[in-house]
Design a protein around this ligand. Structure first.
Ligand code: PEP
Ligand code: MN
Length: 360
């Protein structure tokens, strides 16, 4: 894919690149008051939704074109660039007509290839940066697929926005961060600019700072944060918006560590890690070959593959051992489950082959 690091003319490329503004453009006064206060803390790109995808009908669905007019006023008065969410070709046309500088695809749109294709085609021949939020479901290929659709219509100024993934169980986060997914995205597309949206991941103000710091420490390029002139009165996502001044304080607290190319210490430690990984892989290979031997024995002696009592004892013993080794119990449990699942799979393969053999 032909993707270059996001370049936006007139924007300071220093990390973090910050997009900030209200969840929704609600009225002229709120849009402009928020914009003035964000400009005062040095924000260069103003975000606001004018078409809002709502979970249930009857909520505030955005101000549409009226909102685009206020965004134009923001640009004229403060000099900030503006960004809004588009979910279909009509939105795109209107946003371009009103001079919006940057577009973004929301999480629900990224999950819908028909909508993404329609938007991509409506942007053919237009040179505009487009941000692609991750789909609501944790599917990296769907996320990359949406970017590919844009690229194939000639859009190369693309950035990904990690906004977390929805889940049925509600825990600490509004949307689960599942950091390994954006990390894998970065591994597959090292040139891609990736922003983090701590507002939609955390769903509450007190999580914005720790999530932003974590994103910076993971090498993200920037942040998209929801900021409202009067959060408690917001018409959408009221629980997660912060004032421009709070955002200013959070940004000033962030420690931005630069990625060192390498150092003698890091090279030495990485060599050690590579050696350990090598040993882990060899041990896993050995473990699977023992599992297959056991499978053959079980097959020959008519013993079922799964031995729940043995499995339970194995997990209990290993967890106790893990505690003594200062290993996280949850992590070890996940690892043991994955190893056990693979062993069982390998044994089933032996059973299936054996059965086929009998009939052939
Ligand atoms: C938003 O940024 O206001 C929004 C609707 O986000 P998401 O698509 O990530 O839910
Ligand atoms: Mn929102």
């Amino acid at each position: 894919m032909d993707i270059v690091p996001l370049y936006i003319e007139g924007i300071n490329s220093k990390r973090p690149l910050v997009f900030a503004g209200p969840c929704s453009a609600e009225n002229e006064e709120q849009v402009l008051a928020t914009a003035r206060r964000l400009a005062a803390i040095g924000i260069q790109v103003y975000r606001a939704g004018v078409w809002k995808p709502r979970t249930k009908p009857g909520g505030f669905e955005g101000m549409g074109i009226e909102g685009l007019r206020w965004l134009k006023m923001v640009k004229e008065e403060t000099g900030m660039l503006t960004a809004t969410e588009v979910a279909n070709a009509r939105h795109t046309e209107e946003a371009l007509k009103w001079g919006v500088d940057i577009l973004w695809l929301g999480a629900r749109t990224t999950a819908n290839p028909f909508a993404v294709q329609e938007i991509a085609e409506s942007l053919t021949g237009v040179d505009i940066p487009v941000l692609v939020k991750n789909p609501v479901n944790p599917d990296l290929d769907l996320w990359i697929g949406a970017m590919e659709r844009l690229v194939s219509c000639g859009i190369t100024r693309i950035a990904a926005v990690h906004r977390g993934f929805s889940s049925y169980e509600k825990g600490l986060f509004r949307n689960q961060p599942q950091w390994h997914i954006p990390i894998e995205l970065k591994r597959r597309m090292p040139e891609l600019t990736i922003l983090c949206d701590p507002s939609h991941i955390g769903g509450r103000p007190e999580l914005i700072y720790p999530l932003s710091q974590q994103a910076m420490d993971l090498g993200f390029d920037g942040l998209m944060v929801e900021s409202h002139s009067n959060p408690s009165e917001a018409l959408s996502d009221k629980e997660q918006q912060i004032t421009p001044e709070t955002l200013g304080r959070i940004l000033s607290l962030l420690v931005i560590r630069s990625t060192p190319d390498t150092s003698e210490f890091l090279s030495e430690m990485r060599r050690e890690i590579d050696e350990i990984d090598d040993r882990i892989l060899n041990l896993l290979s050995k473990r699977m070959s023992v599992a297959r031997e056991i499978g053959k024995y079980k097959m020959a002696n008519n013993i079922p593959v799964l031995q729940p009592v043995r499995y339970d004892r194995m997990v209990t013993n290993r967890l106790a051992q893990a505690l003594g080794l200062e290993l996280d119990g949850e992590f070890i449990k996940l690892m043991l489950e994955a190893i056990h699942e693979e062993s069982v799979k390998q044994q089933f393969e032996i059973f299936n082959k054996g059965e086929k053999g009998e009939h052939s």
